[in-house]
Design a protein around this ligand. Structure first.
Ligand SMILES: Cc1cc2nc3c(=O)[nH]c(=O)nc-3n(C[C@H](O)[C@H](O)[C@H](O)COP(=O)(O)OP(=O)(O)OC[C@H]3O[C@@H](n4cnc5c(N)ncnc54)[C@H](O)[C@@H]3O)c2cc1C
Length: 416
């Protein structure tokens, strides 16, 4: 069924009896050409592009819980492509371009809102670094604009620009950045992949990888064994646990990252604002809540909830720059498990085991990467060659020294 305004009107007039499930709930088949482990945004996007671009339809996505229950439905919804390094910027710009046409392609309202993102500058050295980054972005075809304090004050009059511990000395804006309704991305990809024949198997936890003579030939699951030509692992915060089934240790630590939503307010925040000096970022949802976050919880964990010291730290960071935040009540908070790679950049690569592929290490920045990650992983799984935008995301770079240390705009696992 295609979704459209006409359809909404028709259903409204006929008692909403015509809506069907957005995707099927099939029984697992004994074998598939390609199995994707993990029904998060990246896994579902991979399955969708495998079917839509590469014509691979004997594909299943195995999800231990429910679609949208992982980080894809837990993040703070920010998309952007404001990276510095050659290994990263073309990939994230490709992703932003895919976001721009995604709703039409999937026929799904994911509430893609290019309301802009602003990174605040607090020192002359930071301005130099941001100018360099803005130039790198523009050389790769992304948009970037350096804003003065006066320009920022005009758009965000309530920011404390003068007397804060870190006075605001300008900002780097990416006007094409913004927010996307996170769980709608999972639902949109799931529905579109299902329509192309992909089996989405929920409540199907992978409990083992079948490896025979150095080749991965299938998986053990809570719904029985399934054979596969290729197996793509795509489980974000659970990467280390799943790859341990293949005897592999990854250059990844799992930490909790928390998100917070205030009570609904009238529109006060037109775009996304990030405050790097205090590690705080905020946007306003369409329902009016201020959606914000900050640092990860410092200890390793596989729990999808965090602890109070970080709540205090994040709110302090917000208050330092937005004194008005202290008058809003916190409505909800939750946590997700971050797959923190040791250089802050992701991995999309084959493994030393034939037929076993790995996608992970997204740290706290993988939501914006969802379309490009799925596209690049599908390319790798279908062709056995890396996608041109993802050639740097090699698993062996930690052994060979070809790290992609983004620092400043990427993630900084070394700080935790
Ligand atoms: C609070 C928070 C804020 C964030 N903010 C942003 C942001 O603003 N912008 C941004 O770009 N990124 C952000 N991120 C990061 C982003 O959400 C993640 O990097 C990204 O969602 C990870 O990819 P995914 O969607 O595939 O992960 P997930 O949705 O976590 O998918 C992985 C799936 O694998 C499943 N799984 C695990 N083990 C197994 C198994 N054994 N068998 C079967 N299935 C299994 C899990 O149940 C899960 O559904 C944030 C994350 C959090 C938690």
């Amino acid at each position: 069924m295609r979704y459209s305004g006409f359809r909404v009107i028709k259903e409204a007039l006929t008692g909403h009896r015509g809506w069907g499930p957005a995707w099927r709930d099939p029984e697992p088949k004994p074998s598939y050409d390609i199995l994707i482990i993990g029904g998060g945004g990246h896994g579902l996007a991979t399955a969708y592009y495998l079917a839509s671009i590469y014509g691979r339809h004997r594909v299943a996505v195995l999800e231990k819980g429910w679609i949208g229950g992982g980080n894809v439905g837990r993040n703070t919804t920010i998309i952007r492509s404001n990276y510095l390094l050659d290994g990263n910027e073309p990939f994230y710009e490709f992703s932003l371009q895919l976001w721009e046409g995604l709703e039409q392609e999937l026929n799904y309202n994911a509430m893609v809102s290019q309301r802009g993102i602003l990174n605040l500058i607090h020192s002359d050295a930071q301005r130099d670094a941001f100018i360099r980054r803005g130039n790198a972005m523009r050389m790769h075809g992304a948009d970037a604009e350096l804003l003065s304090t006066a320009q920022i004050k005009a758009r965000y009059p309530f920011l404390n620009t003068e007397t804060a511990r870190f006075p605001i000395k300008g900002g780097l804006a990416q006007h094409r950045g913004g927010t996307v309704r996170h769980d709608a991305v999972a639902w949109g990809y799931a529905r579109a992949a299902d329509q192309l024949g992909v089996d989405i198997l929920q409540n199907c936890e992978v409990t083992g990888l079948v490896i025979e003579n150095g080749t991965c030939t299938g998986v053990e699951t809570t719904r029985g064994p399934i054979k596969a030509g290729k197996v793509g692992v795509c489980v974000a915060g659970s990467s280390s646990r799943v790859m341990a089934h293949a005897g592999m240790r990854l250059p990844i630590e799992s930490h909790v990252l928390q998100a917070f939503v205030s009570e609904g307010l009238k529109p006060v925040l037109p775009g996304v604002v990030t405050f790097g000096a205090g590690h705080f970022y905020v946007s306003q949802s369409d329902k009016g809540g201020l959606v914000f976050g900050g640092d990860i919880d410092g200890y390793n964990s596989y729990a999808q909830r965090g602890n109070l010291p970080v709540v205090e730290d994040v709110c302090e960071g917000g208050m330092a720059i937005f004194p008005m935040l202290g008058r809003a009540r916190l409505l909800r908070m939750w946590g997700g498990i971050m797959d923190m790679s040791m250089d802050g950049s992701p991995i999309i690569d084959r493994t030393p085991i034939d037929g076993l592929y790995f996608n992970g290490g997204w740290c706290y920045g993988g939501f914006k990467a969802t379309p490009a990650s799925g596209y690049a992983y599908a390319h790798l799984l279908a062709t056995d060659a890396p996608h041109p935008t993802a050639t740097a995301y090699r698993l062996d770079r930690f052994a060979t020294g070809h790290m992609i240390d983004e620092k400043g705009m990427g993630n900084q696992p070394n700080l935790h």
